[in-house]
Design a protein around this ligand. Structure first.
Ligand SMILES: C[S@@+](CC[C@H](N)C(=O)[O-])C[C@H]1O[C@@H](n2cnc3c(N)ncnc32)[C@H](O)[C@@H]1O
Length: 249
């Protein structure tokens, strides 16, 4: 691993769990599956991993422009990101945004009946990376300690198969586990891969977020659960969706 890449992976996460929360803080998801990708690049600074001439970018097509997720990937339901990794030897890489760590302007606060939530301490521009939804990556979510912290990532593979991955932040998690649901969200989840085949879940701003706003995503369009939704949006569906977040909803 190059010195440049290993230094990047040592960037500390500036967040921690609130006092009294029984969860181990992790910076990125943990997977029991150690299958790795064999894709790597050695792009020069003349072509810093921005288009399909980079073998890593070619896996998912262009992901980022000016340090933001491109609009198509924010709006398409089955979008995904493949980033350069520690195995690459690229210079001035523009394709490893999520590995630089979460936004520095998030604040975990207690919001009354919703429990904890996350506020933006500064403006966050559309397309910005907010943070990962980190947890234990499980093939089967049934072993969770608390279903409320499980995100279900449904994806369609290139050969048309449906896959489901469960990210369980009940026992191990990061700041991402505190983002609440909104029926009119300002963020969305996008699967992000590098090194490992198992996906990470990146949370990106789908519109400009103003300082002081709650940072939230939609937990999905599933059938309503019995939990009243307190998002307060004009288009509120009144109850949280049941069954956790599904990427393709
Ligand atoms: C992933 S956790 C989000 C963080 C949580 N508020 C906490 O204190 O840890 C999901 C849970 O938060 C609460 N929640 C999230 N969004 C909500 C909303 N819009 N209205 C009411 N409760 C919400 C529900 O209890 C839900 O099961």
């Amino acid at each position: 691993m190059s010195a440049r890449r290993s230094a990047r992976s040592e960037i500390p996460d500036p967040y921690d769990h609130p006092d009294g929360v029984d969860c181990v803080y992790i910076r990125s998801s943990i997977s029991g599956d150690d299958e790795m990708y064999d894709v790597r690049c050695s792009c020069s600074s003349d072509s810093p991993c921005v288009d399909d001439s980079c073998p890593c970018v070619a896996v998912s097509s262009t992901n980022y422009s000016d340090g933001k997720l491109i609009k198509a990937k924010l709006t398409e339901s089955n979008s995904s990101v493949f980033e350069c990794s520690a195995n690459c030897a690229c210079e001035s890489c523009q394709n490893s945004l999520t590995q630089k760590g979460p936004s520095k302007c998030l604040r975990i606060v207690h919001l009354g009946p919703k429990g904890y939530g996350v506020l933006a301490d500064d403006d966050i521009a559309e397309g910005s990376y907010v943070c990962e939804y980190a947890g234990e990556i499980l093939a089967d979510g049934s072993s969770t300690a608390d279903w409320r912290y499980v995100v279900t990532l449904n994806e369609t593979t290139s050969d048309g198969r449906q896959t489901a991955t469960f990210i369980d932040a009940s026992r191990f998690g990061n700041v991402g586990r505190y983002l609440n649901h909104s029926c009119s969200p300002n963020c969305a989840l996008v699967p992000v891969r590098y090194e490992q085949v198992a996906p990470k879940v990146g949370i990106f701003a789908i519109r400009d977020v103003r300082r002081g706003e709650e940072v939230c995503y939609s937990y999905g369009a599933g059938a309503p659960s019995s939990t009243p939704c307190l998002c307060g949006s004009a288009t509120c569906r009144l109850f949280l969706p049941a069954g956790g977040f599904a990427k393709n909803d």
